[in-house]
Design a protein around this ligand. Structure first.
Ligand code: PLP
Length: 370
């Protein structure tokens, strides 16, 4: 029997282990200088003056919403095709979710649908950059300017990815990143908020620490919560920043290998990536005619793959039962194949072989988004 192939593989090296051990030995366990160092390193990587680290990508979204004044009575527009985290952050901030359908090719927010979803109480829009694919920020920002909306980029899956203007997550009022274990800067759990306005960053920092005006102070005059990251994981983040260029190159290698190896499949098609603009595909994502059969077929061969999450219009607690046919299309056909910077070529070759076997069996025709 073959070794199991995980859907995401990123290895921890000796330098990572040593960095964590040193943090523990130095009693750097809660938020402190290693978190400040991580913030400096990520800010330099993104080419912005400053960022704030928190304990998850979801926390980054919540803190950004709060720092930008979004709350009860407000509506926030999200793309219907997304992981649920930004929607839950909106609910936690006390606001309501409105959904806009996505475009039929890249599964990013359709600006026309955004415009149609804006109502009198809409205060913000959260475009998601799924798997490093850039949402159309120029058009979204123009709509936001006309309709007086705040723009918060959900760049949880897009650290290191760029559009023609620059790094994703740095082109709006705030950009939110995840450093979860299946991300480029994988610290296990963690999040980053980038914003150009120092007042927004200050409000984010305050919200992260129970609304305290200064970390060591004893005044609590603002709403806040505990979203503090630990220096143990920040130490891991700092160590992993050293290898971020190599991991970026590796993600490109994995994607290129898969694009070539899967090009003859009749019922599975990878999403296009705008490499010329600098887009970085974090995962190997595809549309499959009979997605669940592909996942089952891979599982039978010891290979892990993941379905796309359900469309947000089908998450009952959001109470947004809008018919969003394109979001549903991607939810029904989207698949994440074995990915990650440390996925070896021989495992990718095994995945290609397995997909070819499955592709030869009977299956539906390749579908197109409505
Ligand atoms: C689009 C999107 N937004 C937000 C998040 C939340 O990030 P985290 O899991 O670090 O809380 C994720 C996580 O994968 C995500 O994919």
């Amino acid at each position: 029997m073959h070794r199991r192939i995980p859907w995401f593989r990123t290895d921890l090296g000796d330098a990572d282990v040593a960095a964590v051990a040193t943090a523990l030995r130095d009693r750097r366990v809660t938020t402190g200088p290693l978190t400040a160092e991580l913030e400096r390193r990520v800010a330099a990587f993104l080419g912005v003056p400053d960022v704030v680290a928190v304990n998850s990508g979801a926390a980054a979204l919540l803190a950004a919403l709060k720092a930008l004044g979004i709350g009860p009575g407000d509506e926030v527009v999200l793309p219907g095709c997304s992981f649920v985290a930004p929607a839950n952050a909106v609910l936690l901030a006390g606001a309501e979710v409105r959904l806009a359908d996505v475009d039929p090719v890249r599964a990013v927010m359709d600006p026309g649908a955004l415009e149609a979803a804006i109502g009198p109480r809409t205060r913000a829009v959260i475009p998601v950059h799924p798997n490093g694919r850039a949402a159309d920020l120029d058009t979204i920002r123009e709509i936001a300017r006309r309709r007086c909306l705040v723009v918060i980029e959900d760049a949880a899956q897009a650290l290191g990815s760029r559009d023609r203007r620059g790094p994703l997550g740095t082109g709006s009022d705030a950009g939110c990143f995840s450093t979860g274990i299946t991300k480029l800067l994988a610290t296990g759990e963690g999040g980053i908020i980038a914003a150009r306005d120092p007042a927004v960053l200050a409000a984010t920092r305050r919200y992260r620490n129970q609304g305290a005006e200064s970390p060591a102070g004893n005044r609590f005059d603002h709403e806040g919560f505990n979203l503090r990251p630990t220096d143990v994981l920040s130490a891991l983040g700092v160590a992993r920043m050293d290898g971020i260029d190599a991991r970026t190159a590796s993600l490109r290698r994995v994607h290129r290998t898969c694009r070539e190896a899967f090009s003859d499949l009749r019922r599975l098609r990878l999403f296009d990536v705008d490499e010329a603009a600098g887009e970085l595909p974090l995962w190997v994502e595809a549309i499959a005619a009979d997605r669940d059969r592909v996942i089952a077929g891979l599982a039978a061969r010891g290979i892990e793959a993941k379905p796309y999450p359900p469309a947000l219009c089908d998450c009952a607690h959001l109470r947004c039962p809008a018919p969003l046919p394109r979001s549903r299309f991607f939810a029904d056909h989207g698949i994440v194949l074995p990915s990650g910077p440390d996925q070896p070529d021989e495992d990718l070759a095994r995945v290609a072989l397995a997909l070819r076997e499955i592709d030869r069996q009977d299956g539906g025709r390749m579908p197109e988004a409505p």
